[in-house]
Design a protein around this ligand. Structure first.
Ligand SMILES: [Zn+2]
Ligand SMILES: [Zn+2]
Length: 253
């Protein structure tokens, strides 16, 4: 409802360059020109984590990942307009920009997608309250519409983690350790620490399907790896991940 009203009140212009959007694209927030400027992440990359290979030696970014976490891919590098678009999603109160972000992610190649389920990365309670929505869940739903795949809220955040932005890769790992739990068939979580999940029950057979984590940004992959670890503990065999943006890490580019 709020989104419908917002669409009526806001002039149909591109959020990034202010060009008027055609009637056909009036539900969008970003024009075709700006969308084509987003810098796509392309191979050669590490087959597993999708990061450009380092100049010397093997990729170290994904060596500590749990065995079930098979693959991560991102659509575009997080700079310029792509960074602005994610900012609008997270801090600008514009969840419908996920339509534009999902359009850029549609071509990402994920194994087992035909039978797969999309799993958004959950937000901590405090941040969900502040933002009013979970940006990853909105993104998963927009992508699910394009891919015609169901979105299943399998994960619960057991605690609010500190903002990751200023942390080193090692500190990020420690920061997210044990941050996720999966929902179970009884409507609680497997460790029973998070009681308020009773609205949603997950049969254990769900975890046998290929699971695709969805998040807005891949930085070091620590959050996704921790989420994959929780899914693996619940019996998941194949977990992959897709994100809209990938942070430009100077060491790797
Ligand atoms: Zn534009
Ligand atoms: Zn790698």
């Amino acid at each position: 409802m709020r989104e419908a009203v917002e669409q009526l009140l806001l002039p149909a212009e591109c959020l990034l360059c202010r060009a008027l959007l055609s009637f056909r694209n009036s539900a969008r927030l970003v024009c075709d020109v700006c969308r084509h400027r987003w810098r796509r992440v392309r191979p050669p990359w590490c087959a597993r984590c999708g990061q450009p290979e380092p100049l010397f030696g093997r990729c170290r970014l994904c060596t500590e990942w749990p065995a079930a976490f098979a693959l991560a891919r991102s659509a575009v590098w997080l700079d310029g307009g792509a960074r602005e678009a994610v900012h609008a999603l997270k801090y600008g109160g514009l969840p419908r920009i996920t339509t534009d972000l999902a359009a850029a992610m549609v071509g990402l190649d994920v194994p087992g997608l035909d039978s797969g389920l999309l799993v958004p990365i959950p937000l901590g309670r405090a941040r969900l309250r502040d933002r009013g929505y979970n940006q990853s869940e909105r993104l998963a739903r927009a992508l699910g519409r394009r891919w015609r795949r169901p979105v299943v809220d399998l994960l619960v955040r057991t605690r609010d983690t500190a903002a990751q932005t200023a942390l080193t890769p090692e500190a990020r790992l420690a920061n997210v350790a044990g941050a996720f739990e999966t929902r179970n068939a009884e409507g609680g979580t497997r460790n029973g620490r998070t009681p308020e999940c009773s609205a949603f029950r997950v049969p254990s057979s769900t975890f046998e399907r290929p699971l695709v984590l969805v998040d807005d940004v891949f930085t070091t992959g620590a959050t996704l790896a921790e989420a994959a670890r929780a899914l693996e503990r619940a019996g998941a065999g194949t977990v992959s991940a897709v994100t809209f943006g990938r942070a430009v890490v100077p060491d790797f580019t």
